[in-house]
Design a protein around this ligand. Sequence first.
Ligand code: ADP
Ligand code: MG
Length: 546
Amino acid sequence: MGDEVRRSDGGGKAGSEFTLITSENKGTLRDPPPHASVEPDGPTLVAKAAAKRAELLAEAAAPSVPAAQATAVQVVCRARPLLESERERIGERIEGATAASHAQYDYEAVVCRGREVFCLHEERSIGVPTGNVAAAQYELHGAFGGECSTGEIYAQCVEPLVHLALRGGLATVIACGQTGSGKTYTMAALQALAAAQLLEQGGNATLWVSFLENRGDKCFDLLDDSAPVALRDDGSGLVHAAGLSCVRARTAAEFARRLAEANGRRRTAATASNEQSSRSHAICTLRLGGPEGVVDGNGEGAPLGGRVQLVDLAGSERREDAVAHDAARLAEMREINASLGTLKECIRALLRRATTEPSAHVPYRDAKLTMLLRGAFEGARGAPEEARDDGATAADGGSDGSARSAVCLIAHVAPLRSQAKHTANTLDYAAQMLLATMAERQRAQFDEVEKWSGKKLVAWVAQLDGGAYAHCAHAFARSSGKALTVEYLPDVAQWVLAAGGTEEDAARIYNTFRELHKKAKAAKRRQQPQGAGQPPSSRPTASQPM
Ligand code: ADP
Ligand code: MG
């Protein structure tokens, strides 16, 4: 039988089944697509994603930056919880997705852990799905998952900034992310919490509120029926929103009412003109003024300097939709993209200023948005805690840029796999802000790991996990970075036990050191072949060099 051939099921792997091709079945058999056997169905993929989430959450995480150590510039992430309607979509086929494109089924795809955010996706090998779920990793200053309340975020990221404002400084909190990721939800709650704290702790100072909406070149007063507000150049190149109303809030309840009105206005406009809120930035400013009834040269409630700016940015997803829009919308979109890009460069420069490059140029004059927020970029140098210690009082803060300033950017993401493209965009955006600084710091640290002296090693162990192993750090005095890279854990455990520590202490110190060493080597490897650029397909984590 000359037409008898044997054909493998694609791959010729050991143990694979062979089918006898005869004159009867010839022509009916086809080579299955190479990935058909590994493309999981919906329920399998959902289960695998859930297992991957559990695995990631179970691993020890680096703690978020505690508020007391927060630097003047922080970039964190908030992943909102699944909405009820989204919960129902889990396991469903994602509209428009094919096996050849991306995910076929929806599942909860974001994991926040300490400072890390993971974005789950189907693992591929040379473009072919392997049937496993993998995770892209991003590292920021903090990451808050769906289980975290706005109160927790406030306590950790915003409260220290409001303290700064109470002392005459400028606190800026910025929400970015795609439409529907929870920016307005978070900012509305943070506005209320910040106002309540300012009213409660502001002594006899008065609280004043203004709310500005910025769309392209135009600005509107959200506390005055969205009346247009002119942006004026004051001659020195700085813009001011002329005639923006500034309303006194006497109680938290009154503030909440004003704000609900303003937010409602933004929403009404949204339905009237196709999602306006996703195309505009909203800046809510809470300002402390002089005591009630006290009139000085500047009138009652004259600014004391202390200010909190809460910024709800335009949705960052619009760039892909560009083809569908007319010229005016395209111009608007270009403006949004430019302002988000400039904001990124400004925050990146602030981080450099706070760490390695005190004179880094902050290009805030490049966009209207950053011009409107300019105080945030003129004064942010030290840490909020430093500002608190320098003896400044609320009256010390001035408009001359001398006031201390701190910025917190909260990158918002939605949790579903079908939103992953936007999630990755947002996390790339946030992680890129940290690249220059964290990469530099880590490189400096990594370069030294193998060169650490015994003394340096002792100092490192002593500060690890907030000083948890300080009592046994001296056990490492006779070792060195180089020696520890080739030491075995049981030997290290002997030293630690002799110094009064436990085996768990030894394991934690040893594993953390090894991890650091591994990262150091990986960073060095990455540094060598790549120049300044990132390959476009790579997902940068904050630890990747630029
Ligand atoms: P954005 O302003 O980014 O477009 P929204 O704040 O309007 O997003 O949030 C989209 C939806 O998600 C709203 O229905 C909102 O109530 C809900 N939501 C957002 N964040 C949370 C959260 N942390 N917890 C519960 N629901 C949330
Ligand atoms: Mg919104």
